[in-house]
Ligand binder design. Structure first.
Ligand code: ADP
Ligand code: MG
Length: 687
């Protein structure tokens, strides 16, 4: 049954659904709520905490249109237990009338801490009759992931119909999990699970649902994780069936490169580069993940692979997820390769006009090494003989993008080798799902002479001490980072905060050169600041988390992280990895805003106790709470509908075996599972 058979679905809506991979009515059933809103209960305003998304009810005390650079409608609401300000930046004049003093209003939205107490920005609201007896919702309200032009009301109408058909047994909803697995895990029937997740009943275990820890969710999560594992395996199988250029040792620039390299490879680097070489020499495309903690020296592995390609007359594309990191690679590779007569091409979204035309021309002409951001993956970038694709920190990319880049090197049967480098220490069970079907090399040794970073945790009440510490360190020729973190999503606000901090520090630390880098600077400005820091002209670099990934200034040996309690472990580890890169003893001050919550305390304590990325990753998986975005951040390519990598860590254990059993005994089910949860994998593989 197709969605067009449902009422209210015309060609336009059908097209929008199709863009989301929804064609059949059953596809709708697998379009699952990403979260729930609890509108079943009215919260006293006085008990609301910032961050909560809640239903409140109160009387308007006054409302006004405040004119400023942007006018805004401001409404003060009170329910006897407390007051809250509602703010509307987009509003119509009549809303002021609607929300005039004395009106009884029910609102749903996120509580925020404003300058004058609690606030809600753009709540959804409903005016109540005089007695306020309107019923609250009797079920949790599902919130569906959506797209432009598709509102929540659409989703409710569509899923209502699909669920009704399912309950009547009209839809063909096939059980795809083998019996033994169902029995072993004591799983409920698929249709029950779907029903529950789309329309949790009034007495649902709300906490479990919100935590994605309900048996109905577990049941679907298992399917989804299996489907991902199977799809990655399939994708990689399809790719391995292709032919890749054999990049054999041959006379070229490599020996000269090794002669010029200012250090000897560590044992781990030698082992991993040998594994990479072996793959490159084969006529099967390499699919290798190089996994090495921050500072373990992955870049040189990439350079060796790129040289092998260029010595064989093939091009290498190197991409990184942020402009800053890509630029840094460009500089390192230019320094290393230019003396060998290879000058890398730079391409990012910000390269435009004549420069872009020139870059594209050189790429099409066969430039040996091309470095850039995701701009490399876009249309219009044509390689001549792409033999190797290197993706750094690929957990930031989607699998789609990696495949887009790969497409550029593909002919009928040929395709480029792929080397993926990640510093995110991924627990083994996770790796087996996220990277199923890839070969993994681990650089498990740091370059010699590194001393583990000493970490201390300090309250921001000791800010003055901390500033003195920076002054002392810089006076003895060390350099330092001061990292400003904000929870605000906005680059602009974050940049402003960093600027303020920089100004204050400039005042307090005269004699020191304080630099500033944030996401709002132009690439050339960023580069200038980084260059000047690298050369030692800047003593203290105030930065936002833009420096998180990959920045390499070995002389920087002190890092202060403000509001460290707000960051997840993975991010703290990445940040701290910017120091401890030289041979002097480095330290890191995790500065927090008291009082510390229990989880934050455990996180900071973990950071204090260990610098081992794997231990930190394990702890991270253990500690991560619901709603924490790290789950998706950590892998990027895995945007799950129900599975939650922290909650479902236990399930991950059984996935590889279950996947193999399915492949061996029920291969036809695997295709259906992939279709149900992931969609058309083959499109990634270009078949
Ligand atoms: P990451 O794995 O985080 O990308 P990099 O490749 O940036 O690490 O290396 C970190 C730093 O260590 C760089 O300054 C690099 O030049 C240096 N380095 C890499 N390998 C070695 C080695 N074998 N001996 C000494 N220094 C090394
Ligand atoms: Mg790196």
């Amino acid at each position: 049954m197709e969605v067009t058979d449902l009422s209210g679905v015309g060609p336009k809506l059908a097209e929008k659904l199709l863009a989301l991979g929804i064609r059949q009515v059953t596809d709708l059933l697998f379009h699952l709520p990403s979260r729930y809103e609890d509108r079943t209960r009215i919260h006293p305003i006085g008990s609301c905490q910032p961050g909560q998304r809640v239903l409140i009810e109160g009387r308007v005390e006054h409302s006004a249109i405040v004119r400023g650079r942007r006018s805004m409608l401001v409404v003060m609401l009170s329910d006897g237990t407390g007051r809250i300000t509602l703010r509307f930046f987009h509003f119509r004049a009549y809303q002021r009338q609607q929300l005039s003093a004395g009106t009884l209003v029910r609102c749903f939205g996120e509580i925020r801490a404003g300058y004058q107490g609690l606030e809600m920005i753009h709540p959804s609201y409903q005016r109540l009759g005089g007695d306020g007896e309107e019923e609250v919702a009797d079920r949790l309200t599902p919130v569906y992931p959506s797209a432009e032009g598709l509102g929540q009301k659409n989703w409710i109408k569509l899923t209502d119909q699909a669920l009704a058909l399912m309950r009547r047994g009209v839809l063909e909803l096939e059980e795809l999990l083998p019996d033994n697995l169902l029995g072993q895990l004591n799983l409920q029937p698929l249709s029950d699970a779907l029903d529950y997740i789309h329309r949790p009943p009034a007495d649902a275990d709300v906490a479990a649902l919100v935590m994605r820890d309900h048996p109905a969710q577990k049941r679907l999560a298992l399917e989804e994780l299996l489907a991902h594992n199977l799809s990655m395996q399939k994708l990689h199988r399809l790719q391995r069936a292709r032919i890749a250029p054999q990049l054999r040792p041959c006379p070229g620039a490599e020996p000269e490169f090794m002669r010029r390299l200012p250090f000897a490879l560590t044992g781990a680097q030698q082992r991993v580069s040998a594994e990479v070489y072996r793959d490159l020499e084969s006529d099967k495309p390499m699919l290798r993940l190089v996994h090495g903690d921050v500072g373990s020296g992955k870049t040189v592995i990439a350079a060796l692979a790129a040289l092998r390609a260029s010595d064989n007359g093939f091009q290498t594309a190197i991409t990184a997820p942020t402009e800053l990191l890509a630029e840094q690679h460009f500089r390192v590779f230019s320094d290393w390769l230019e003396p060998l007569g290879i000058s890398p091409v730079w391409l990012s979204g910000k390269v435009t006009g004549k420069k872009r035309t020139e870059a594209l021309h050189r790429i099409g002409d066969g430039a040996q090494v091309v470095i850039g951001t995701h701009a490399l993956m876009q249309k219009g970038v044509e390689f001549n003989r792409l033999g190797l694709v290197i993706v750094d920190e690929q957990h930031r990319f989607g699998v789609d993008q990696r495949m887009d880049l790969l497409e550029k090197g593909r002919t009928e049967r040929q395709q480029a080798h792929q080397l993926i480098m990640t510093a995110t220490p991924i627990p083994r069970t996770l790796a087996m799902t996220a990277y199923a079907g890839m070969d993994v090399s681990v650089i498990d040794e740091l370059p010699p002479g590194r001393k583990p970073v000493k970490t201390v945790v300090m309250s921001n009440q000791r800010r003055a001490d901390i500033i003195r510490r920076v002054a002392t360190a810089c006076a003895t020729g060390q350099q330092a980072y001061w990292v400003c973190t904000l929870i605000e999503e906005s680059d602009a606000i974050e940049a402003q905060a960093a600027e303020d901090v920089a100004n204050v520090l400039r005042d307090e630390l005269h004699g020191l050169n304080v630099g500033l880098v944030h996401g709002r600077l132009k690439p050339s400005e960023k580069q200038q600041v980084m260059e000047s820091f690298k050369e030692g002209h800047i003593h203290l670099l105030v930065a936002t988390t833009v420096i998180e990934v990959g920045v390499d200034v070995p002389n920087a040996s002190l890092m202060i992280i403000e509001n460290a309690e707000r960051l997840g472990l993975a991010q703290l580890h990445q940040l701290r990895g910017r120091v401890g890169r030289g041979s002097s003893q480095s330290s890191c001050v995790l500065m927090y805003n008291p009082p510390l919550g229990d989880l934050s305390q455990q996180r900071l304590e973990t950071m204090r106790q260990t610098t081992d990325g794997f231990q930190i990753a394990e702890k991270d998986l253990e500690l991560r709470g619901p709603g924490d975005v790290l789950g998706t951040r950590q892998t990027g390519m895995l945007l799950f509908r129900v599975a939650d990598l922290a909650r479902d860590a236990g399930l991950l254990e059984i996935i590889p075996d279950a996947a193999n059993t399915l492949l061996q005994h029920h291969p036809e089910q695997t295709e259906k599972l992939i279709h149900r949860w992931v969609g058309d994998v083959a499109r990634f593989a270009g078949v």
